[in-house]
Ligand binder design. Structure first.
Ligand code: UD1
Length: 421
């Protein structure tokens, strides 16, 4: 099993370029199943999750070609199989995003249940409720843990989501693009990745309006064609490097970051005393100007503070003067990093969905686990300021979602080694 060895590294300094967004590329790759022509995707990040989805698309009958490191073409002349097998879905929950396109194009999908994961139960009932409203029939086999969805042609409907689920909004948008008539999604997710998917669908000939707001309107069309599309920069990777500048008291210029996508992170880091400036070259983040102090955060659907930056931000809060409260509103079990940070010398108490962080405790390198993707990033950040060596295991989680993670950190002056055991 591979591990990272992270050394205390001093203030990180220099420039970093942001890769294409993991959470945008996955639904867009799934959406390419909707066209029977070639789609070209640029700025595709080299990630394990992208490899898993490529494998799944090929299994379903798509011709997926990697033209160079970050350019892929996907051509699905015909969908040969409508079943997403268990071993692919269990490796990546986002595999469930093929359900909408399969249903729209073939009238059937059989997808094994993504199941729970460490950060929470993550059910799919909102996706299914959406498909049902569009006229699909759902057969859930709880013993064998799969769901079969079938329809003749989907019919537009008004769908209210009880919670603005990112995945459900995306699956419904994709399915509704080839439905007969108009679909309205109320209380839709507003994340920038939803807007990127809508832009991609519209380039294919779909008629999606209102993406990025709570009401999305999709006028169904008969068919979709191929197109070329560049993936938006990853706002969670951007946030991770913003926090890296803060926790190491460094200075990092983040190139091709979209400042408007990270407003909540900017606001919270600024409250702590970090200086963030939008320059012509990128986002300049300086953690070396003021003494840094505590703040409170609450994770919320976009444009609120992103749950995916909660754990890296908490690692940072262990290093500042004062106490902070972090409330996790999106996932019910997303404090798995707390025992790991405490093992390094942090003082964090969890009560239900709240964590209280008593700041300015010196961190010590120790053996910790990357309990999920973003918790893994939090461990790396903590390791950069902890005395001695931090040994992080289960780093496959980190490599699922960050492109050239340690190479980018090393260029900024971090000492991180990847070892295979
Ligand atoms: C996406 C992101 C993930 C991010 C999350 C929240 C991708 C590939 N992943 O995940 O990185 O952390 O958004 O910003 O884009 N829920 C239900 N029923 C459903 C669907 C969701 O109760 O049918 C709940 C979930 O259990 C969770 C909350 O809604 O508590 C948010 O989930 P959702 O927005 O669907 O997240 P994902 O699309 O899975």
């Amino acid at each position: 099993m591979a591990k990272y060895l992270v050394q205390k590294s001093g203030p990180l300094k220099g420039e970093v370029g942001i890769s294409g967004a993991k959470n945008a590329v996955l639904p867009i790759m799934a959406a390419s199943l909707l066209a029977n022509e070639k789609c070209t995707l640029r700025d595709v990040p080299a990630l394990r999750d992208v490899n898993v989805l490529s494998e799944l698309l090929q299994y379903l009958g798509a011709d997926v070609e990697k033209i160079d490191d970050n350019i892929y073409t996907i051509y699905t002349e015909d969908i040969k199989c409508v079943e997403a097998p268990f071993d692919l879905v269990k490796r990546m929950r986002a595999s469930f995003l093929v359900a909408g396109p399969l249903l729209a194009r073939k009238g059937r999908a059989k997808v094994y249940m993504p199941g729970g994961c460490t950060i929470g139960a993550r059910p799919i009932e909102l996706h299914l409720k959406g498909f049902q409203a569009l006229g699909a029939e759902i057969n859930q086999n709880d013993v064998e843990s799969y769901v079969e969805i079938s329809c003749n042609r989907l019919k537009g409907a008004v769908i209210y989501l009880d919670f603005p689920s990112v995945g459900a909004t995306e699956n419904i948008m994709m399915a509704a693009s080839l439905a007969e008539g108009t679909t309205v999604i109320e209380n839709a997710a507003e994340e920038p990745e939803i807007v990127d998917l809508a832009n991609f669908l519209n380039k294919m000939g779909a008629k999606v309006k209102g993406a990025g707001t709570e009401t999305i309107k999709i006028e169904g069309v008969e068919s979709l064609s191929g197109c070329s599309h560049g993936i938006i920069p990853d706002r969670i990777e951007t946030g991770t490097f913003m926090v890296a500048a803060a926790i190491t008291r460094g200075e990092i210029l983040i190139r091709n970051a979209v400042a408007s996508h990270v407003k909540a992170i900017t606001a919270k880091l600024s409250e702590c005393g970090v200086i963030i400036e939008e320059t012509d070259e990128g986002l300049l983040v300086r953690g070396n100007v003021n003494p840094l102090i505590s703040t409170n955060i609450k994770t919320m659907p976009y444009p609120g503070f992103p749950t995916d930056i909660q754990s890296p931000f908490m690692a940072f809060l262990t290093t500042v003067e004062g106490s902070s409260v972090v409330i996790e509103n999106i996932f019910e079990n997303r404090f798995m990093h707390v025992p790991e940070l405490n093992r390094m010398g942090a003082s964090i108490k969890v009560e239900g969905r709240s964590a209280i962080i008593y700041g300015a405790r010196p961190l010590q390198g120790s053996k910790v686990i990357a309990t999920d993707l973003r918790a893994g990033a939090a461990m790396v950040l903590a390791g950069l300021v902890a005395e001695g060596t931090t040994e992080i295991s289960e780093i496959y989680h980190i490599e699922r979602g960050y492109e050239n993670f340690i190479e980018k950190f090393r260029k900024l002056g971090a000492t991180i080694l990847r070892i295979d055991e």
